[in-house]
Design a protein around this ligand. Structure first.
Ligand SMILES: Nc1ncnc2c1ncn2[C@@H]1O[C@H](COP(=O)(O)OP(=O)(O)OP(=O)(O)O)[C@@H](O)[C@H]1O
Ligand SMILES: [Mg+2]
Length: 367
């Protein structure tokens, strides 16, 4: 049964700013939903409406079978970690984490065990007796996270809970959160603008832009079958290459910014739409070895290496294809140098095709 259900929710703030348009989402028990999108797209607004902290202008929200549009936040049994977390300044870390359990009247021993367990997860064991003012921003954020993890909530709501952590701690806490979810299966709605967090944590990703849902799907689906150009370009690092062009029969002609043809390639089938955008993931670009032949389903092109960004085992290579820049993710090899001319290929069956006018993925999927 659907646990939490949002049906056609709109949010208009005073001053007639519409932040959320026709938002519908079904959350199953145990889901880890991640709302992801650029700054200002309405993520926090949706989360705050779920928490009951922000009114719903129109639409309906249900928890199990209960209509909860007007239910007070305190009656929703949800725990929330805010983007700007607020801790109890007069309580120690230990007391902050255990606060909701104490209010509920849990036995002291149970509270102690839970606080110790949670404080280990958020790595605050050494700080249990400190007060928030004596903690760094990242440590405070971990207290806020620990406090809501400790609470016996029906739904855990988190708004960018890792944003104040340094890169290493962020990655580590992300892993802990994933493990914690595997263990406890707490139903979670999590907000971030970080696509890596979305991909690694979510059972279901909701991609948003300008107050509207762009796509809902499992991480694999979002990455491998983006529903539109926005999702394709928002998810993936380095971003997908988008080549605008037109189709005649089954031949795609890619154009540069001055509408000059820079490539012709054969598509595996005819396409009815004429103006399209071809999306090529950087990892779908392969450098041919000298003397190596391309495969049947590969398209061959020549390029000049403009720039190489060493990531370790791989390069992000900026390749100039007749004046058009595309990024390839290629194995780092010493013999590749900027300025070099080389032959490269991409697998046409792995290209994503979109209708340029609507931005939507073309129905006849090329798999
Ligand atoms: N109280 C408010 N009154 C009026 N407009 C608001 C209010 N809160 C948010 N907005 C507007 O609603 C839109 C969505 O804001 P929201 O905070 O939901 O975005 P967000 O996706 O969480 O962004 P960020 O990633 O920057 O936190 C923005 O245009 C914002 O300016
Ligand atoms: Mg926000």
């Amino acid at each position: 049964m659907t646990y939490l259900s949002l049906e056609n929710i709109n949010k208009i703030y005073p001053g007639s700013v519409q932040a959320v348009f026709d938002f519908s989402l079904e959350v199953e028990e145990g889901d880890f939903i991640v709302l992801v999108g650029p700054s200002g797209c309405g993520k926090s607004t949706v989360l705050r409406m779920i928490a009951g902290l922000e009114g719903i202008t129109s639409g309906n929200m249900f928890l199990r079978r209960d209509w909860i549009n007007d239910l007070a936040p305190s009656d929703r049994e949800m725990a929330m970690v805010f983007q700007d977390y607020a801790l109890y300044g007069n309580m120690t870390v230990y007391q902050n984490i255990g606060f909701s359990l104490k209010v509920r009247g849990d036995p002291a021993q149970e509270i102690h065990e839970r606080v110790m367990r949670i404080s280990e997860v958020v790595e605050l064991r050494e700080y249990l007796n400190r007060f928030p003012k004596a903690l760094s921003g990242g440590q405070r954020q971990r207290v806020a996270m620990g406090r809501s993890l400790a609470k016996h909530a029906r739904i855990l709501l988190m708004d960018e809970p890792l944003s104040n952590l340094d890169a290493q701690l962020r990655q580590q806490t992300r892993r802990e959160l994933a493990l914690l979810h595997h263990t406890f299966k707490s139903t979670t709605v999590y907000v971030t603008h970080d696509q890596t967090e979305a991909m690694t944590l979510a059972t279901k990703i909701v991609v948003m832009n300008e107050g509207r849902i762009q796509q809902i799907g499992a991480p694999y689906e979002i990455y491998h079958s983006p529903a539109n150009i926005f999702t394709a370009s928002f998810i993936g690092m380095p971003p997908i290459n988008l080549i605008h062009g037109y189709v005649e029969g089954n031949t795609f002609t890619g154009l540069d910014n001055d509408k000059k043809p820079v490539m012709h390639c054969m598509l595996p089938q005819d396409i009815a739409v004429t103006d399209i955008v071809m999306g090529l993931r950087p990892e779908n670009i392969r450098i041919l070895q000298p003397g190596e032949q391309k495969a049947n389903d590969e398209h061959l092109f020549s390029a000049t290496v403009e720039n190489l960004e060493l990531l370790g085992a791989e390069y992000n290579a900026s390749l100039n294809v007749g004046g058009y820049m595309i990024t390839g993710r290629i194995p780092a090899r010493e013999e590749i140098r900027p300025g070099q001319r080389l032959e490269a290929v991409f697998n046409i069956n792995r290209a994503h095709l979109f209708d340029e006018k609507t931005g939507l993925r073309l129905g006849a999927e090329l798999t």
